[in-house]
Structures are given as structure tokens and as C-alpha cells.
Design a protein around this ligand. Structure first.
Ligand code: S3P
Length: 183
């Protein structure tokens, strides 16, 4: 067999807090790389027939986390994807190990003020439906930043950048990451 198969699957995985722009940026990165775009939250919703909010309300967060891990595991043999992940996917060490095997992991690090503004625009994120969403975001971000940081191959500090600038930088970095010399 010719020695041409990549040792790392060619996927780009976007991680980061709720409201950091993973889905919007991910769609543009997918189009730039001619990859397929998938979103773990959308896969969970289509497979369960329920919205994320309904799952949290009916079955609780831990049932949601089980579904999230199942969906991630189902992508393990795939290549050529841009995967936008839910902000809490990095909480489970098994998920982090799986992400590591899937490809190039990019952390979108957005400013806290922008996150708060985006996640309070609608009621789609059950974890921030609290009396004090800003305090909740600050607390969760404090817990999660070290996990995003240790999991990512690449960090994009999105402050002041347009979507197309973020996406363009990721496309270029992914092409380097996937070049034959790197695999
Ligand atoms: C969550 C983030 C959400 C969704 C769920 C839980 C989290 O996804 O998976 O509400 O724990 O941060 P987004 O990051 O796409 O908003």
C-alpha cells in the first residue's frame, strides 16, 4: 500500500463557549475548504427529535451530555468535516480524547461581553436561563477556559475580527495542518 493515508483524519473541529461564533464561522470554513459542515447540537436535535431546551427540561443536563458524547463518537470514522461543537463538549475527558483524534481543533476565544450579549438574545441556551446570566457566563467561562486551552491546537482570539477574517485564518491554518509534511 502506498504510504499516502493521513495519520490524522482531516476534520476541523471548532470549540469554544456558547455565542463564540462556532456555527457561523464553521459554515464559512467548510465552504473555504470544500468540507461538509456539521453541528453537534443540530445532530442531537435531529436524532432525538427534540430541541436542546426540551432535552434539558425533560431529561436534564446529564442526559444531554450522554447524547452529545454519542453524537461525537458517531463522527469518529469521518473525514472532510468542519464540526461545530456545543460549548460544554470539552467537559468530558473522553470527549476531549476523541476530539484529539478527529483532526485540527480550533478554539474561538470571544470576549465575555460579546458572549453575554449573544447568549441573552434568545432563550435557546438552557444553562444561561438564570437570574444573573452575566454571573453565570463568568463562572462557566472560568471553569472552561483551561479546558478549551488544553484541548485546542489553535486559538483564535476573535475580538475585533470579522467572520470572514476568522474563517480565512482557519482555512489557511488547516491547510498547513493537513499538508503531507504534517500528517
Ligand atoms: C452548551 C452549549 C450549547 C448547547 C447546550 C449546552 C454548553 O451549544 O450544546 O445548550 O454547555 O455550553 P452552543 O455552544 O453551540 O451554544
Amino acid at each position: 500500500m502506498p504510504d499516502t493515508a493521513p495519520t490524522v483524519p482531516h476534520n476541523v473541529i471548532l470549540i469554544g463557549f456558547m455565542g463564540s461564533g462556532k456555527s457561523t464561522v464553521g459554515r464559512e470554513v467548510a465552504s473555504g475548504l470544500s468540507f461538509e459542515f456539521v453541528d453537534t447540537d443540530e445532530l442531537i436535535e435531529s436524532r432525538s427529535g427534540q430541541t436542546i431546551s426540551q432535552i434539558f427540561a425533560d431529561k436534564g443536563e446529564s442526559a444531554f451530555r450522554d447524547l452529545e458524547s454519542e453524537v461525537l463518537a458517531s463522527l469518529a470514522a469521518r473525514s472532510g468535516l468542519v464540526i461545530s461543537t456545543g460549548g460544554g463538549i470539552i467537559l468530558d475527558p473522553a470527549n476531549r480524547a476523541l476530539l484529539e483524534k478527529l483532526g485540527c481543533i480550533v478554539w474561538l476565544d470571544a470576549p465575555e461581553d460579546i458572549i453575554v450579549e449573544r447568549v441573552t438574545r434568545n432563550r435557546k441556551r438552557p444553562l444561561v436561563q438564570t437570574d444573573d446570566p452575566r454571573e453565570t457566563v463568568t463562572r462557566l467561562l472560568g471553569q472552561r477556559r483551561p479546558l478549551y486551552s488544553e484541548t485546542a491546537h489553535l486559538v483564535v482570539v476573535t475580538k475585533g475580527l470579522e467572520i470572514h477574517e476568522i474563517a480565512h485564518g482557519i482555512v489557511e491554518s488547516a491547510q498547513v495542518h493537513f499538508s503531507p509534511d504534517q500528517s
